[in-house]
Design a protein around this ligand. Structure first.
Ligand SMILES: NC(=O)c1ccc[n+]([C@@H]2O[C@H](COP(=O)([O-])OP(=O)(O)OC[C@H]3O[C@@H](n4cnc5c(N)ncnc54)[C@H](OP(=O)(O)O)[C@@H]3O)[C@@H](O)[C@H]2O)c1
Length: 342
């Protein structure tokens, strides 16, 4: 059968269209000229009847139910894990492709977990569901993969500094409210996070497990190994929530099989699609969350040799709502169209 033309309009559903990621998916579908024919904006019963903006018009939100996926080519899921668990198979059953931003399917052997610059071939084996990695993992693997291809990454020690929008709208609202409380001379009151996030840094992203690691930290380990096909790679991590609206930062200490100089590391990082190096200490040039907010590239700086070993230090930032979520999900759909998979 001949491939469907790539510009043939697709029927697209956005699940969680009223949320932090869903809003960016809607914006980027239009911005990237994705071939959208019909657009279905889906959310919970609470939002049914509201409108969301898409390509200069208002689209009425419907409740996300199985029937809403009849005839859908691509469904972008940016809601809850439990919703993805029940509804993504409904999309696949109807012949569509569910691209899921939740944690639900990422480690399932039957489901590709994809960053298109790194492992696009995994898409060929899809069975109607494709998982998009965690927002922290995406920036992390984008910085690691070029070094891995050049010198073989053995181990990484990483500390992340994660924006509140990584927790969705409740995180953004909590920081905004607590900043206003502080401005009024009041104590910030925690609600969504257990401890005040304004004027603070919390070494807790999501929730703690019995072994003392946070669930976010374990995602970083397992997802990295799957995406990079590196089951032996050691990842030692601490994930920290910081009072930044958008943009996850991370400091990485990378051990490689073969020694790689900072100069060569900058070269291979710069040559990798979707990565940009901003690194000139003499001019105080390094990337920050503010620099990356609103951009799709992963920015890397502070590349330097460790003083105590042959390892390399890097600083990496990415927009958690764009490359960490919406952009990566849309790139997956674009790649599937390019490959004639939809
Ligand atoms: N924020 C990030 O940086 C980021 C990055 C990567 C992945 N993710 C993942 O993306 C997903 C969405 O995150 P977010 O940050 O956008 O969260 P959010 O701002 O809290 O938005 C959640 C969305 O899910 C919808 N929803 C909640 N319960 C629902 C239900 N029972 N049925 C249908 N829709 C329901 C909400 O609709 P209502 O308005 O109707 O409640 C809202 O549209 C999560 O799985 C998250 O882990 C987020």
């Amino acid at each position: 059968m001949a491939n469907r033309p790539s510009n043939d309009p697709r029927t697209v559903a956005v699940v969680g269209a009223t949320g932090a990621v869903g809003e960016v998916v809607l914006r980027l579908l239009a911005e990237r000229d994705f071939p959208v024919g019909e657009l279905r904006a889906l959310a919970s019963e609470r939002s049914a009847g509201r409108t969301v903006a898409f390509a200069g018009r208002d689209v009425v939100v419907q409740e996300a139910r199985p029937e809403a996926f009849d005839g859908v080519d691509f469904a972008f899921f940016a809601a809850t894990g439990s919703l993805s668990k029940t509804l993504a198979p409904e999309v696949a059953k109807r012949g569509g492709i569910a691209i899921d931003k939740s944690n639900t399917w990422r480690l399932n052997d039957e489901v590709p977990l994809v960053v298109p610059e790194i492992n696009p071939d995994a898409l060929e084996k899809h069975k109607g569901i494709v998982a998009c990695p965690n927002c922290t993992t995406i920036g992390f693997v984008m910085a690691l993969e070029p070094l891995h291809r050049e010198a073989g990454v053995k181990s990484v020690v990483v500390t992340t500094l994660q924006a509140v929008s990584g927790s969705g709208k409740p995180g953004i609202e909590e920081l905004t409210r607590q900043k206003a409380e502080i401005d009024r001379g009041e104590a910030p009151t925690p609600d969504f996070y257990p401890i005040p996030i304004a004027d603070n840094a919390l070494p807790l992203c999501e929730s703690f497990r019995e072994d003392g690691y946070s669930t976010e930290e374990i995602k970083l380990l397992n997802e990295t190994r799957k995406i990079m096909s590196a089951p032996q790679m050691d990842v030692s991590m601490t994930c920290v929530r910081v009072p930044v609206p958008i943009g996850h930062s991370a400091t990485l200490l990378v051990e490689t099989e073969r020694t790689i100089s900072p100069e060569r590391a900058r070269e291979v990082l710069s040559a990798f699609p979707g990565v940009e190096v901003m690194d000139d200490p003499s001019e105080n040039v390094f990337p920050t969350a503010m620099d990356v907010s609103g951009r799709d590239e992963v920015l890397v700086g502070r590349v330097r040799k460790d003083l105590a070993s042959d390892r390399l230090w890097l600083w990496q930032v990415s927009d958690n709502l764009r490359k960490g979520a919406a952009t990566n999900a849309i790139q997956i759909a674009e790649e599937m169209i390019r490959r004639g998979l939809k």
